[in-house]
Design a protein around this ligand. Structure first.
Ligand code: ADP
Ligand code: MG
Ligand code: MG
Length: 252
């Protein structure tokens, strides 16, 4: 079983005014088979955590470690992170003109597995995954992210995750901008991947609503660049009822 370990992670981002410290000592352990939710107010650094793990060049690790089964993730290239079994949806947020969804998925699968997938099973796997996500088959021929709606981007993200079989998947705001039907379909996709017991999921979200569909084992409240409180699913319910006020306002 694989384990992603984040230890005392400090990260700064380059701004026009110079480097700005965003993450201030994040500790988190995610094992294959577990689902963790990171919840927190806007601007608390949730996406910064995701981008830092993904290896986005804009974010500088000032101290701390990230390891996957003891291997230094921060020393890996973005491709190496993917080959090591990490799925970071935000790795490919850009448009890839001229590269179809079908070719993109096959190229990514080949790169990650170190060999091309067997054509017959692969074509069937893609077809089934797309049908389950209620994606039109014509979608496979579209250029990656070119003119994708918010909902299409999210479905494409989950499609990738389902086909690439990662050990650790990090999903940032997968629920944002989805209507209730799309949220349910996307959540079902995450739950299919979860049900294999072979993926550790880090679900980053501002809203509790997706957690009605995807049940986390652990909930971490993120405030001001670090984890302020941790608990089980009941913590998400409490946040749904109370919001983040008690973490932001000074305690009486
Ligand atoms: P969240 O995802 O929790 O809303 P972010 O990680 O996006 O939070 O942002 C945390 C803080 O870092 C915010 O104050 C944001 O303005 C700042 N920040 C993040 N990325 C950048 C960037 N590329 N340039 C400047 N400031 C940034
Ligand atoms: Mg934000
Ligand atoms: Mg964010």
């Amino acid at each position: 079983m694989s384990t992603l370990e984040i230890r005392d992670l400090h990260v700064s981002v380059e701004t026009k005014e110079g480097p700005k410290q965003i993450l201030r000592g994040v500790d988190l352990t995610i094992r294959q088979g577990e689902t963790h939710a990171i919840m927190g107010p806007n601007g608390s650094g949730k996406s910064t955590l995701a981008y830092s793990i993904a290896g986005h060049p804009k974010y500088t690790i000032t101290s701390g470690t990230v390891t996957l089964d003891g291997e230094d993730v921060l020393a890996m290239s973005v491709d190496e992170r993917a080959r090591a079994g990490m799925f970071l949806a935000m790795q490919y947020p850009v448009e890839v003109p001229g590269v179809s969804v079908a070719n993109f998925l096959r190229t990514a699968k080949t790169a990650i597995d170190g060999k091309a997938p067997a054509l017959r099973t692969w074509v069937k796997d893609v077809k089934v995954a797309m049908e389950q996500l209620r994606m039109d088959s014509a979608f496979a021929e579209r250029s990656v992210n070119e003119g994708f709606s918010g909902g299409e981007k999210k479905r494409h993200e989950i499609l990738q995750m389902e086909l690439l079989n990662p050990k650790i998947a990090i999903l940032d705001e997968t629920d944002s901008g989805l209507d209730v039907d799309a949220l349910r379909i996307v959540s079902e996709g995450v739950n299919r991947v979860k049900s294999t017991g072979e993926v550790g999921v880090l679900l980053i979200t501002h809203y509790t609503r997706i957690l009605r569909y995807i049940k986390p084992d652990f909930v971490h409240v993120f405030v001001d660049g670090r984890i302020a409180e941790e608990g089980g699913p009941e913590l998400a319910e409490r946040l749904e009822a109370e919001g983040y006020d008690r973490f932001l306002a000074p305690q009486a």
